[in-house]
Design a protein around this ligand. Structure first.
Ligand SMILES: C[S@@+](CC[C@H](N)C(=O)[O-])C[C@H]1O[C@@H](n2cnc3c(N)ncnc32)[C@H](O)[C@@H]1O
Length: 300
């Protein structure tokens, strides 16, 4: 009888040992154990490879790091600094509720009206600078941001590409002087614009949410924000306020932010106020600028 009892104890100990071994190996945090029961899955392998850096990685985009395949980590340093989660703490696109109960208090429909784009010249500028990090100052309903995002998704390699859209979404002087005319719909609620939600909806509809990050700030504050984040964009598109004083202010604020050999460029250089401001900014910064169709371009 005693022998049988001892045998049972040994058997139980054996069972516990097998269970412990199995448990240790299926624990998702431990991917480095050699488990006799479970083949490592592909995701286990990718985590392990990143940990040990054992497998040669494909060439990384500028600013990218080794964090690429862990689901809960940032894909690259750029995303960590100015990505959607870094700036907003959550995915504002999936959180967006469309309809009367949503933040726009209306059902938002597609309205991707812009202020005019010269697609060929815009694409030439993107082609020349091959940016994986763009800042747009003045996005309105998203037409130029969506256009640049589509180009970048098609032409820029790697996972690490971002367009930060800096805009108050309160409109321009012109939009308030000629309200509701020529696509200047501000969707005002008790006098306060809600066009931001139109921008969100258009970005979602265009399926460019992976790389477009809104930053609802005045242009000059956006520049300070980027400097505090040590973020140096390849290209900065200035298309916010079009009055002389603020074009000048935007160029002066963003020039220190763009990376060396990167560029600022802006729309509507055919407007006298814009051209005068660009001339004055270039003079005071001791820089030169060129004109390409409707855009001015100032390389740092
Ligand atoms: C001409 S629209 C931008 C058009 C857009 N780039 C496009 O092509 O579709 C100008 C935008 O700049 C924004 N804006 C005007 N002054 C601004 C400022 N000081 N800071 C940030 N955004 C501003 C307005 O809210 C508006 O959405």
């Amino acid at each position: 009888m005693a022998n049988l009892f001892q045998l049972l104890c040994v058997f139980e100990a054996l069972l516990i040992a097998i269970f412990m071994m199995y448990y240790k190996c299926v624990d998702p945090i431990r991917v480095d154990c050699i488990c006799p029961f479970k083949k490592p899955s592909l995701s286990d392998l990718s985590v392990y490879q990143n940990k040990s850096n054992a497998i040669a990685q494909k060439p990384l985009a500028k600013g990218a790091s080794v964090y690429q395949s862990k689901p809960n980590e940032y894909k690259c340093q750029l995303e960590k600094a100015v990505g959607l989660r870094a700036i907003h703490g959550s995915n504002i696109y999936t959180d967006f509720v469309n309809g009367n109960d949503g933040p726009a208090n209306r059902h938002v429909y597609s309205d991707l009206v812009g202020w005019g784009i010269d697609y060929n010249t815009l694409h030439e500028i993107l082609e020349r600078f091959q940016p994986n990090f763009v800042v747009e100052v003045g996005s309105w309903k998203g037409l130029s941001a969506v256009t640049m995002a589509n180009w970048m998704l098609k032409h820029i390699k790697g996972d690490c590409k971002i367009i930060v859209c800096v805009d108050t979404w309160l409109g321009t002087t012109k939009a308030w002087l000629e309200p509701e005319q020529n696509g200047n719909t501000l969707y005002r609620k008790a006098g306060y614009p809600s066009v931001y939600y139109q921008f969100l909806f258009n970005v979602i509809s265009a399926k460019v949410t992976d790389i477009v990050v809104p930053l609802p700030l005045p242009g000059t504050m956006g520049a300070i924000f980027m400097q505090k984040k040590n973020a140096a964009p390849d290209l900065i598109f200035i298309d916010g306020c079009h009055d002389y004083a603020c074009v000048l202010e935007d160029i002066r604020a963003w020039y220190p932010v763009v990376r060396i050999n990167g560029a600022l460029f802006g729309d509507d250089v055919d407007r006298k106020e814009v051209l005068d401001a660009v001339k004055e900014a270039a003079r005071s910064l001791d820089a030169t600028f060129t004109i390409h169709g409707r855009y001015w371009l100032l390389v740092k």
